[in-house]
Structure formats: structure tokens, C-alpha cells
Write a protein that binds this ligand. Structure first.
Ligand code: URA
Length: 271
């Protein structure tokens, strides 16, 4: 068979299918780009993005070159400088230290009510979240909305974030390095919102917030007092909605966890 004949439609579809199974589900250009080569020398600070009308000076500041190499102390310093959620969003938008940003369409900062007393922490944005710039708006998000509604909650009563604010390519789990770089920003987000109750969704978010290597099945439903950054709060892990979509029988465990959240809310007079 000739090596250079054009592929027919069925073969092209098979190639696309193969790419998708390998996690390549987004076309970003006509030719490959070596992003590592682009980042490696980083002799100077990146030029600042032009300030947006509602952006603070801190948000528009240049990102130091050290941040390009993914320096966690730089991330901590930047995160700590945010005095409001809007500043934090601007700082994250200008931050180039985490490689996830290179392949994401946009920052997925948060959704819901920043005044809410209940905060939900997921793992990472997926394809739909990456498109819309909001957490939990795809299929998992629709299930999450139904779970919340079952205990009288909706997005006006909760604040929703992820452990990393950019979509990992192919929806893979963020690496420990990516999580470490993003953690100072999550910590600051929690400090600024100062929720009374936190529910984590899925294993990676649970391991980040509860600083454990235990599995989600062992930990789910168990409340603990945890420090997230400088904020102490009662927190509970539950199963991720995406897991529940794949394993509907596990919904009864998630339902128990939600009832636990409702009891805690009642204890604190949160409705
Ligand atoms: N899964 C997550 O953990 N977060 C999202 O925002 C969407 C899906």
C-alpha cells in the first residue's frame, strides 16, 4: 500500500478517534509548537498585559521571570498580595508560572456567590468549563446543581472553585507540581471568601485540602477541622459528580454526605 495516499473519511475519523483516546481533543494550531523551548531561557520578565479597565495595578504588574520556571514561593508571594477576589483574579490572569495556562483557553476562577458561607472545591476545569470560563458547567456541573438542589442549595448560596484554575490537557489529573503552584491561589481564595463550611469533590481536591494521601472512599463523609491557608474551617470530602455519572450506585453515599452538609448548615443557622 502507498504511504502517501490521502486518507479517506473513515480513516480520518479513525485518526481523530485515536487522538481523542490519547487525550488530544483540542486543535490549537496548524503546526506543533515547542512550548518548553519558548519558556526555557526566560531572560527577562514578561511584558505586562495592558491593564483592563477594572484591573488593579497588582493585576497588571509584570510577571517576574522566576515565575515562568514555576517557583512556588513566587506564587505564594503573588497570591498573598491580593486584597480582594477581583485582585486575585487579575493576578492569576497575568500569572504565567503554571504550564497549564499555556494550553487552556482561559482562566476558570470561580462561580457562585463570593459572600456564601459554603464553598465547594473541585479538581480542575474540563472542556466546557474551559470554553465558558466557569467551574462545573458541563455534565458534572449539571449533576452538581441537582445534588445541591436536593438539599435546598443553588449557586446563589455556594461559592465554587477548583484546585487548579486552568484545564489540564485531555482532562488529565493535575500533576503534584501544578497543584503546588496553584495552591497558594486556592488558599488565598479561601481566605478571602472565609466560608464556614467546605465540601471537596473527588480524590485530588480532598487530598489537597486535607493534606492526605488517603483515598476518597475512606475519607468521604468525615468532617474535619482543617486550615486552608490561614483560614480554619469545618470541611468534608464527597465523591466527584463525574465519578457519580460513571458509577450511579455510589450516589447513595454522596446523598449521605449531602445530608451531613445539611445537618452542619442547620447547626450553624445557615438554613
Ligand atoms: N470537574 C471539576 O472538578 N471541576 C470542574 O469545574 C468541572 C469538572
Amino acid at each position: 500500500m502507498s504511504q502517501d495516499r490521502s486518507l479517506d473519511n473513515a480513516e480520518l475519523l479513525a485518526v481523530l478517534d485515536w487522538y481523542q483516546s490519547a487525550g488530544v481533543d483540542l486543535a490549537v494550531g496548524e503546526a506543533p509548537v515547542d512550548r518548553f523551548a519558548q519558556i526555557a531561557p526566560a531572560p527577562q520578565a514578561i511584558a505586562p498585559r495592558p491593564a483592563q479597565p477594572n484591573q488593579t495595578a497588582a493585576a497588571a504588574a509584570p510577571v517576574p521571570a522566576a515565575a515562568l520556571g514555576g517557583d512556588p514561593s513566587e506564587a505564594r508571594q503573588l497570591a498573598a498580595s491580593a486584597q480582594s477576589l477581583e485582585q486575585l483574579r487579575g493576578i492569576l490572569d497575568g500569572y504565567n508560572g503554571c504550564g497549564l495556562k499555556l494550553r487552556a483557553t482561559q482562566l476558570v476562577f470561580a462561580d457562585g456567590n463570593p459572600e456564601a458561607k459554603i464553598m465547594l472545591i473541585g479538581e480542575a476545569p474540563g472542556a466546557e468549563e474551559d470554553r465558558q470560563g466557569k467551574p462545573f458547567v458541563g455534565r458534572s456541573g449539571q449533576l452538581l446543581d441537582r445534588m445541591l438542589a436536593a438539599i435546598g442549595l443553588d449557586r446563589t448560596k455556594v461559592y465554587i472553585v477548583n484546585t487548579v484554575p486552568w484545564r489540564p490537557p485531555g482532562n488529565r489529573t493535575p500533576t503534584p507540581e501544578e497543584m503546588e503552584l496553584c495552591l497558594p491561589f486556592l488558599n488565598r481564595q479561601v481566605e478571602l471568601v472565609a466560608p464556614s463550611l467546605v465540601m471537596t469533590l473527588g480524590g485530588p481536591a480532598m487530598q489537597t485540602v486535607f493534606k492526605t494521601t488517603n483515598g476518597i472512599i475512606k475519607m468521604r463523609g468525615k468532617w474535619q477541622r482543617v486550615a486552608i491557608g490561614g483560614h480554619e474551617v469545618d470541611a468534608v470530602p464527597t465523591l466527584h459528580p463525574a465519578y457519580l455519572l460513571r458509577n450511579p450506585a455510589a450516589k447513595q453515599q454522596a446523598w449521605r454526605d449531602l445530608l451531613g452538609l445539611k445537618v452542619k448548615m442547620a447547626e450553624l443557622g445557615l438554613g
